[in-house]
Design a binder for this molecule. Structure first.
Ligand SMILES: CC(=O)[C@@H](O)[C@H](O)COP(=O)(O)O
Ligand SMILES: NCC(=O)COP(=O)(O)O
Length: 245
């Protein structure tokens, strides 16, 4: 069965740095260690409120990453200008609310097709592969196809936040159906948000998923075991899931 790729999100290395306004820990350093440990790519989310990743981190990583950058950002002129300047391999357009603790849901593509068609075209014309961070919802998947996005990233937050086995099974079924529906339409399907060492395998086992973007849980594990082991342990779980172990 095809290997599933791992994008390591280093946002929360920057959260620890911002907590004290120091210059350590450096997400640039963390990204290099994650790449050495086998990460297939590095994801960073430059939020409008700069609560964790800073502009400096983006510009430095644009020069130092050995794998590839998945630049997550809101659909604003400010962020599109930065993306068009650094030209990362990937841009993932995500919804953002300043008051949110973390990303709460998927982008409403269906409700802003014209704006997203324009953003996707501008980024694609610059040679950037565009992904849309959406819920496992057929209307949103159809809209993603309509606006020309070659990739989507299915939001796995409700699956991760489920409080009962029944709810988690229902969310897994919903994600699985959405992944297969999108794949059937020729979209390359990633997934992420809230995945950790005890819930990743059922998602990684979905054969049509191309890549998982995982951050908070890896950074948390790195605080105990180090980034290298945190990344290699996650990759091992994902590989086992694909092998049906
Ligand atoms: C879009 C997504 O799921 C992640 O990038 C998530 O946003 C991590 O960053 P926060 O924890 O700041 O939301
Ligand atoms: N798009 C998901 C991501 O980049 C990481 O989300 P999380 O693992 O930090 O919840």
């Amino acid at each position: 069965m095809k290997e599933i790729l791992l994008g390591v999100n280093v946002d929360h290395v920057a959260t620890l740095r911002q907590a004290r306004g120091t210059n350590y820990p450096d997400p640039v350093h963390a990204a290099a260690v994650a790449e050495h440990a086998g990460a297939d790519g590095i994801t960073i989310h430059l939020r409008e409120d700069r609560r964790h990743i800073q502009d400096r981190d983006v510009y430095v990583m644009a020069k130092t990453l050995q794998t590839r950058m998945n630049f997550e950002c809101a659909v604003t002129e400010e962020m599109l200008a930065i993306a068009l300047e650094i030209k990362p391999a990937y841009v993932c357009l995500v919804p953002e609310k300043r008051e949110e603790l973390t990303t709460e849901g998927g982008l409403d593509v269906a409700g802003q097709k014209e704006k997203l068609t324009d953003a996707v075209k501008r980024l694609t014309d610059a040679g950037i592969k565009v992904s849309l961070f959406i819920d496992a919802d057929k209307t949103q998947i159809d809209a993603a196809k309509e606006v020309g996005a070659p990739y989507i990233e299915i939001h796995t937050g409700c699956y991760a936040d489920a409080t009962t086995d029944e709810e988690q099974a229902k969310e897994l079924a919903r994600i699985t159906e959405g992944v297969k529906y999108a794949h059937g339409k020729g979209i390359i399907v990633n997934a992420g948000h809230g995945l950790h060492y005890h819930n990743v395998k059922p998602i990684a086992a979905i054969p049509e998923i191309y890549e998982l973007n995982i951050g908070h849980a890896i950074v948390a594990r790195a605080a105990i075991d180090g980034m290298s082991k945190a990344v290699s342990d996650m990759r091992k779980l994902m590989k086992e899931a694909r092998q049906g172990i």
